[in-house]
Design a protein around this ligand. Structure first.
Ligand SMILES: NC(=O)C1=CN([C@@H]2O[C@H](COP(=O)(O)OP(=O)(O)OC[C@H]3O[C@@H](n4cnc5c(N)ncnc54)[C@H](O)[C@@H]3O)[C@@H](O)[C@H]2O)C=CC1
Ligand SMILES: O=C([O-])CC(=O)C(=O)O
Length: 331
């Protein structure tokens, strides 16, 4: 058995963490031979609730769980961690856009960037889930200059999973038989879910999704807007934002980053190098592959006029969010 790695989950007393702690501690993320010590960070008033989560983890008798450290101190939480799930932040309510959370949440990611910079491993892999996730990830990276920018990512995997699931339902195939759907841009209602390169396995053979669906209008309108608005639809139904599916997506994202993507593309918000004509130095979701723990943007895809417009809209929103976030962080 390998030596345990330290993994931090912030917002550990909240909804998403309630599902995520089990997935990480059960081996679904880092593999069945990798023990973990879980560092659980929340704010001081939530320490009582967090104690209950700690009790439940003990009661789950998990063989890979080598220790649990509940704390309200970011430096204790981030010390020597190899992986960080930054979930802790305010969720939106019905009628809000995710960027309405910016002024409340972005300071958390400034402070946590500073703490990661001070005490985390320099190869820590950071996944920002708290909204607005892309811009929070950018700010976190900016305040952790000693950790490479490539180590900061934002979660658009939930959007990818939603898109894959919509396509599989439309085609009447199991969800794992659809691959290479892309989420471009912001984890917001301007994101561009793009099925133009997606592939479906039908009757044992791979086929392009656009040909299999044969309904361009659906792929450009209903499909795109359903995925863009899915988070809001869950809030309208549950009166709370997605949690179970968000935890599953966070597990998928980190597992693929640590263990690799094989022959599939996945979408991750990463610091843009200007690929596909996007603004540099914003956290933009691209299709990536991962091997040996490093992600790489899929290159050479054709961008249609329709896709160009969509990429420009979401890129512009991210550039504006970045400016707003920098203004908030000035003081
Ligand atoms: N990127 C994505 O796809 C998704 C992102 N989200 C976002 O994830 C975030 C968390 O959602 P939930 O778990 O449902 O919220 P929640 O309100 O149930 O839990 C959030 C937890 O974070 C804690 N917290 C607040 N400030 C903190 C700080 N400075 N340090 C550590 N912990 C802190 C709170 O005390 C609370 O326990 C929200 O911002 C939500 O919008 C939710 C779903 C999907
Ligand atoms: O919609 C929200 O506010 C929560 C979230 O990010 C999602 O479900 O995608």
């Amino acid at each position: 058995m390998a030596a345990p790695i330290k993994v931090v989950i912030t917002g550990a007393a909240g909804q998403i963490a309630y599902s995520l702690v089990y997935q990480v501690a059960s081996g679904a993320v880092f593999g069945p031979a990798q023990p973990v010590v879980l560092h659980l960070l929340d704010i001081a008033p939530m320490m009582g609730v967090l104690e209950g989560v700690v009790m439940e983890l003990a009661d789950s008798a998990l063989p890979l769980l080598a220790g649990v450290v509940p704390t309200a101190n970011p430096e204790e939480a981030f010390r020597d961690v190899a992986a960080a799930f930054l979930v802790g932040a305010m969720p939106r309510k019905e009628g809000m856009e995710r960027k309405d959370l910016l002024s409340a949440n972005v300071r958390i990611f400034k402070e946590q960037g500073q703490a990661l910079d001070k005490v985390a491993r320099k190869d820590v892999r950071v996944l920002v889930v708290g909204n607005p996730a892309n811009t929070n990830a950018l700010i976190c990276s900016k305040y952790a200059p000693s950790i490479p920018k490539e180590n900061f990512t934002a979660m658009t995997r939930l959007d990818q999973n939603r898109a894959q699931s919509q396509l599989a339902a439309k085609l009447g195939v199991p969800v794992q038989d659809v691959k290479n759907v892309i989420i471009w841009g912001n984890h917001s209602s301007t994101q561009f879910p793009d099925a133009s390169n997606a592939i479906v396995k039908i009757g044992g053979a791979d086929k392009p999704v656009p040909a299999a669906i044969n309904d361009d209008a659906y792929l450009k309108s209903t499909f795109v807007s359903t995925v863009q608005k899915r988070g809001a639809a869950v809030i309208a139904a549950r009166k709370m934002s997605s949690a179970l599916s968000a935890a599953k997506a966070a597990s998928d994202h980190m597992r693929d980053w640590f263990l690799g993507t094989g022959d599939r593309w996945v979408s991750m918000g990463v610091v843009s190098d200007g690929s596909y004509g996007t603004p540099k130095d914003i956290v933009f979701s691209f299709p990536v592959t991962v091997s040996n723990g490093k992600w790489k943007i899929v290159e050479g895809l054709t961008i249609s006029d329709f896709a160009r417009q969509q990429l420009d809209i979401t890129g512009k929103e991210l550039a504006e969010e970045k400016q707003d976030a920098l203004d908030v962080c000035k003081d």
